[in-house]
Design a protein around this ligand. Structure first.
Ligand code: HEC
Ligand code: HEC
Length: 436
């Protein structure tokens, strides 16, 4: 089992040219019952386009996303909104599920316009497809085909320890580690309980996920990552408290480390004993390009997030990292490729400023590891007209990006997006490299 099968849903998504469109917003539509803030994020994207210096083309591209998001907004509850008020514990769980851990990026099936309405967390039977075998992500909703009949302890044992009860026998079976339980294992008990409390509020959706194909069976759960191998900030790091909080979010409750570390080849002989190359945590190099081979011509490889000056984020400021997460714009003003769920339409766009800052401090505190990652990814891809339009839009919003010389050509990509009528412009509005 290689990581090439991972994040298969992005292949499906990308095949539509939409990348990670409408990630969180659409999922929240389902939760809303009268809230009105749902269109907020997409709406702000459209605004960015209008205000942008990237020109009318940019505004047009982002406008496409605005229309999409706006429609969602009607029923939605962006962030804090939403009719059935959640308790503080449930809201914490929602934040972990929708933002920090991005559970929905795998557990909510996607269609041409992003997450499929009415299917929030209902599982994707074709999450991974390999020949005639599939590995579905599972239905986490309150339906008998989901988690309704599981006890709290059973649910926690699945997402924290990778053990699933088998109804017929009373025994348990191991989950495939494409489900990152070996990361979530280190989540605090309070957060794990909050996740369960929130999942109990998710409306039931009947969606039977077939048992995974035999090739995805594993004889035992992948061992949890030991706290002792997860890099800790140096005690002399100036903002030590921030970095320590960021460590928790980036490596235990969230999945930065999972994507930004090369996965070992589980088919190797002898078989590796860990999922990740624990000698190069955060050094990047995990290749996601197989996911997009038949769709978008992009070749995303996760970047080195350590503080190495030449191959990592050594020259990035905390603000640069926060901007990447929340706006989807890299330090050089270019967009960031999926599957990294960034920007206002992606999971990380909803991180609180404090959490995004803490995560950034943690990355800045990481010891340098030299590992050159060859960037073969351009987002939005040149061939995606609609996506390009969105890109220009975000440039407008960021303003500063608009001033840069290189942004000029991206700005014209914005025009291309207008020509593309925005269609796929959805999420990309956020990518924002901006045109002058
Ligand atoms: C990278 C993709 C991915 C992410 C992120 C992810 N999951 Fe999963 N999850 C899966 C897959 C795939 C399976 C099915 C594994 C199997 O059948 O062996 C699964 C299975 C599960 C199961 C078992 C359900 C059952 O009835 O068998 C639970 C519970 C679960 N995930 C909860 C979560 C929660 C909660 C989060 C976020 C905190 C999360 N998952 C994040 C991919 C993911
Ligand atoms: C689903 C996989 C995935 C997850 C989860 C993920 N990333 Fe990424 N990330 C990527 C990929 C792939 C790229 C490269 C994208 C590109 O080339 O445009 C990237 C790029 C980045 C960049 C830009 C670096 C550069 O040099 O341009 C930063 C910063 C970053 N990620 C930080 C994070 C942080 C912080 C988290 C957790 C909050 C995180 N990532 C979670 C896959 C992921």
């Amino acid at each position: 089992m290689t990581k090439n099968f991972l994040y298969k849903m992005f292949t499906v998504t990308a095949a539509t040219g939409l990348a990670v469109a409408a990630g969180c917003d659409s999922t929240k539509i389902l939760k809303g019952a009268g809230g009105s803030a749902g269109g907020g994020h997409a709406g702000s994207t459209a605004t960015a386009g209008t205000n942008g210096t990237a020109g009318a083309g940019a505004g047009g591209g982002a406008g496409g996303s605005g229309d999409t998001g706006g429609a969602g907004g009607a029923g939605g509850a962006g962030g804090a909104g939403g009719a059935p008020a959640l308790t503080a514990v449930q809201a914490r769980g929602q934040y972990i599920v929708d933002v920090v851990a991005a559970c929905g990026d795998c557990h909510t099936p996607r269609g041409a316009n992003g997450p499929i309405p009415g299917m929030y967390l209902a599982g994707n039977a074709n999450f991974v497809v390999a020949g005639d075998q599939t590995l579905g992500s599972r239905n986490l909703t309150n339906d008998p085909t989901g988690l309704k009949n599981r006890t709290d302890a059973e649910i926690k044992n699945m997402f924290l320890n990778g053990m699933r009860p088998v109804a017929a026998t009373g025994a348990s079976e191991a989950l495939n580690p494409i489900m990152p339980y070996y990361i979530f294992h280190n989540m605090t008990d309070a957060d794990a309980d909050a996740v369960v409390a929130y999942l109990r509020t998710v409306p039931g959706v009947s969606n039977t996920i077939p048992r995974r194909g035999m090739m995805f069976d594993v004889s035992a759960p992948a061992p949890a990552i030991s706290d002792s191998v997860i890099p800790s900030p140096s005690p002399t790091y100036p903002q030590l408290a921030n970095a320590t909080r960021g460590r928790y979010l980036a490596t235990k409750a969230g999945v930065c480390m999972e994507c930004h570390t090369k996965h070992l080849d589980s088919m190797a002989v002898p078989a590796p004993t860990t999922v990740l190359d624990e000698t190069k945590l955060f050094a990047g190099g995990e290749d996601f390009s197989a996911l997009f081979a038949t769709s978008l011509m992009i070749h995303p490889v996760s970047k080195n997030l350590t503080s190495d000056a030449t191959t990592g984020l050594g020259n990035w400021t905390v603000a640069d990292i926060v901007k990447a997460l929340k706006m989807g714009v890299a330090k050089d003003g270019t967009g960031i490729c999926p599957p990294m769920p960034v920007g206002p339409m992606g999971a990380f766009g909803h991180l609180t400023d404090e959490d995004a800052t803490d995560i950034a401090h943690y990355l800045k505190s990481l010891p340098a590891v030299s590992n050159m990652v060859v960037d073969m990814c351009q987002f939005p891809p040149a061939s995606g007209a609609g996506g390009a339009g969105g890109q220009g839009g975000a440039g407008g919003k960021s303003g500063t990006a608009g001033n840069s010389g290189t942004a000029g050509s991206t700005g014209s990509a914005g025009s291309a997006g207008t020509a593309g009528a925005g269609g796929a412009g959805g999420r990309s509005g956020v990518g924002g490299a901006g045109g002058a």
